[in-house]
Structures are given as C-alpha cells and as structure tokens.
Design a protein around this ligand. Structure first.
Ligand code: C5P
Length: 220
C-alpha cells in the first residue's frame, strides 16, 4: 500500500508558512505538522534544564527523553501546556541555535515522520522537502521579503498586546535567516522540484488557494 501523501512547505521565519500550511491541512482534512514547534520545545526544555545551546551531546541525549504531545492546537511538554511559552522571540532564536546540531536534528526525524498518516499530511519547516519527506507529492518554498515578514510579525505581536520594535524584529529575523541558511546540516534551501511562492503581495487566502491548486495538479 502506498504511503499517505505529504505536502511539504518550507521557508524562512515569519513567512506565513505556518498559517498557510495549517489552513491547507484544514481544507484537505489532512494532518498538520509544525516542525518548528519541535525545535522550540527543545529550546525551552534545554533552557529549563540549564543545558547550553552549544552542548550538542547533552542536547542529543535530552531530546528522546522529552514527552511531547499535540492536542488540538495545544502543545504539551512533559505534561505542561507550553503553547504560548514556546512562541516568544527568545525561544525562536534559541530554537535556531539548538537546530544547528545534527544530534538534535537526527533525534527528531522519527517523531516528525510519525505524523505521516492517512488521509495525508501538510508539514511545515525548513527541511521538510529536502530531508524529512523527500518523496512529498508537492514541495513548496514559501517566502516573502524580510521587510514584509518583519511587519507581519510586528502586527501579530501588537495585536496580542505584546510591545515590539519593528527594527529589532527585522534584525532578529535576519539573524535567524542567516543561521538557518548557513548551517552545515539541513540548511534552509529551495529543494529540488519545489515551487516558490512569494507572498509579500499575496493575502493568506490567495496563498492557500495557490497551494491547493498546485496540489490538485500534482495528484491529477
Ligand atoms: O518555524 P519556527 O520559527 O517555529 O522555527 C524555529 C526555528 O527552528 C527555526 O529558526 C529553525 O532554526 C528551526 N527549524 C529547523 N528545521 C525545521 C523547523 C524549524 O531547523 N524543520
């Protein structure tokens, strides 16, 4: 029997891929994997345990011990609801620091692949198309200019009542882009065969529709 289909959506930070991927999953009735959340969970857990982000071997030992569960839109780490706690800018930066280590990435491979279940999966991240699901039926590289992404993040934070400075956000995301693109293991790349979706001037609905149209063509 063939494996469930996967739509892999990769892209830089704050490109809107999470929003687009989860809406595409909803429309198709597919499962959804937010792989960035896993790196954020490792970031949070390592902070709680006092493990340095450069200590690759300790981090590699920590990952299999974590009890991670997703229930609806909530995320639990060792029984505690950390849905909000993993979304801060500092955890995002820390996530990109722990994500450079092959020990960490390898320890997360099976967990990510276990999300591949019928009727299908939409997975978003940095290496979904290149490493985790190289046989994805559709590979999308979703991006937007750094300025557009910083502005989106700014609006999200302000809407949540969190104060933020546009300039700081732009600097943070450029630092994360650089780290994610230049690391030796699983760098952020446009995978072979991926379709590029530039969303700076697209609404969320337009981006979702484009991915759905591409999927229909891919399975036709
Ligand atoms: O997507 P999100 O911003 O939540 O990801 C947080 C960090 O986790 C990224 O900056 C990246 O360094 C790392 N990540 C990764 N591979 C993935 C998903 C996220 O390295 N598949």
């Amino acid at each position: 029997m063939s494996l469930p289909p996967v739509i892999a959506i990769d892209g830089p930070t704050a490109s809107g891929k999470g929003t687009v991927a989860s809406l595409v999953a909803q429309k198709l009735g597919f499962h959804y994997l937010d792989s960035g959340a896993l790196y954020r969970l490792v970031a949070l857990a390592s902070e709680q345990e006092g493990i340095d982000t450069q200590n690759a071997s300790e981090l590699g030992i920590l990952v299999p011990k974590l009890m991670i569960s997703f229930k609806n839109s909530q995320i639990f780490l060792n029984g505690a609801d950390v849905t909000e706690a993993i979304r801060t800018e500092s955890i995002g930066l820390r996530a990109s620091a722990v994500a450079v280590h092959p020990e960490v990435r390898l320890a997360l491979v099976d967990l990510q692949r276990s999300f591949r279940q019928f009727p299908g999966l939409v997975a978003d991240g940095r290496d979904m198309a290149s490493i985790i699901f190289p046989d994805a039926i559709l590979k999308v590289f979703l991006t937007a200019t750094a300025a557009a992404r910083a502005e989106r993040r700014y609006k999200q934070l302000i809407a949540k009542g969190i104060s933020a400075k546009l300039e700081d956000l732009l600097q943070d995301l450029q630092a994360r882009d650089a780290r994610d693109s230049n690391r030796g293991t699983a760098p952020l790349v446009i995978a072979e065969g991926a379709k590029v979706l530039e969303t700076s001037d697209l609404s969320i609905d337009q981006a979702v529709k484009t991915v759905l149209d591409w999927y229909q063509s891919a399975i036709a």
